[in-house]
Design a protein around this ligand. Structure first.
Ligand code: 5GP
Length: 195
């Protein structure tokens, strides 16, 4: 963003699995370094190419337990019945206190928790153009086996139904457009919402 945002805010980006939340967030990271993006902790192992501290903080179950016990997470959830993911609280609070726009890219369960604890957060739902397209993206990504893919698609169907709980929807037909729309939200709190 070349100009200062009208007001700093916290935006929560959620949406179904494989909709492209990570890709849109990466686009924001590359093009808008003034927007801080939270790095989550997770108990799942790193995928090839993922860097500890950049994509996630990869931690053990014991470390995760400790963070929960210390109230060190703003939200956390078990995702796809597989691993735990959470947002470290302190960095979010520090960046917001410093007036820096902050973005959380998290799952639906986590988004619901943030909506309760930080009602000032703007809740943004990233939607696929269609369920068929979502399925195509999940298969194309090739990071999950058939069983895991089926499980994630089942989760995705439930997640799609949650759109109405959100303040705004961005349809991820094109990554750059979705990224631009998301960045607009930091400035205006409204968007050229695509649905
Ligand atoms: P993946 O394992 O594919 O990187 O992520 C799986 C899911 O976990 C995605 O839907 C992603 O948005 C979600 N996720 C990532 N970080 C967090 C987090 O800190 N909290 C919650 N609740 N979900 C997260």
């Amino acid at each position: 963003m070349s100009e200062a945002p009208a007001r700093s805010r916290l935006i929560v980006l959620a949406g179904p699995t494989a909709v492209g939340k990570g890709t849109v967030a990466a686009c924001v990271r590359d093009q808008h370094p003034d927007i801080w993006i939270s790095v989550s902790v997770t108990t799942r192992p790193a995928r090839p190419g993922e860097i500890d501290g950049v994509h996630y903080h990869f931690i053990s179950d014991e470390e995760f337990d400790r963070l929960v016990a210390e109230d060190g997470l703003l939200e956390w959830a078990v995702v796809h019945s597989a691993a735990r993911y959470g947002t470290p609280r302190a960095p979010v609070e520090e960046h917001l206190a410093a007036g820096r726009p902050a973005l959380l890219e998290i799952d639906l369960q986590g988004a619901r928790q943030v909506r309760k604890t930080m009602p000032e957060a703007l809740m943004c739902f990233l939607a696929p153009p269609s369920f068929e397209e979502l399925e195509r993206r999940l298969v194309g990504r090739g990071t999950e086996g058939p069983e895991e893919r089926e499980r994630r698609l089942r989760t995705a169907r439930t997640e799609l139904a949650a759109e109405a709980e959100f303040d705004v929807t961005i349809v991820n037909t094109d990554v750059q457009t979705a990224c631009d729309e998301l960045v607009d939200l930091f400035r205006s709190g409204t968007s050229r919402v695509s649905s």
